[in-house]
Design a protein around this ligand. Sequence first.
Ligand code: THU
Length: 131
Amino acid sequence: MDAATIKALYDRAVENQKRAYAPYSNFHVGAALMAEDGSIYDGANMENASFGATTCAERVALGTALFAGHRNFVALAVVGDHEETFPCGICRQALSEFTDGSMLVITAPDRVHRLDELLPFIFRLEHGAEE
Ligand code: THU
């Protein structure tokens, strides 16, 4: 993926961070998820007074993209209030269903990881993205 595309996806996650609903943690996260056709889906964390009902930014974006019919994703950018924010374990597993592991996880324009580096030995059943 070229540097301009990586930067554009990162910038979109920065924009999406502004839409977080995070009154409990006050930690705002934005995500931008790119499908294999280049379309981009947005997310931000959505918290709840029942903390376990909170949804991370990554899974907000993933759900919207899946609903649109996509099943394979090439890159995710994630931005939080830390200098570098990584997807949590649940989000790594959720995303892993829809990539062969090569999905890029962009945490800064110059910091690009692969999902299977962040989550080796992915748990799978039969379904998910084609490999
Ligand atoms: N959060 C995300 O949105 N994505 C992550 O990968 C890590 C955590 C959110 C959940 C909660 O609203 C806040 O950050 C603090 O955990």
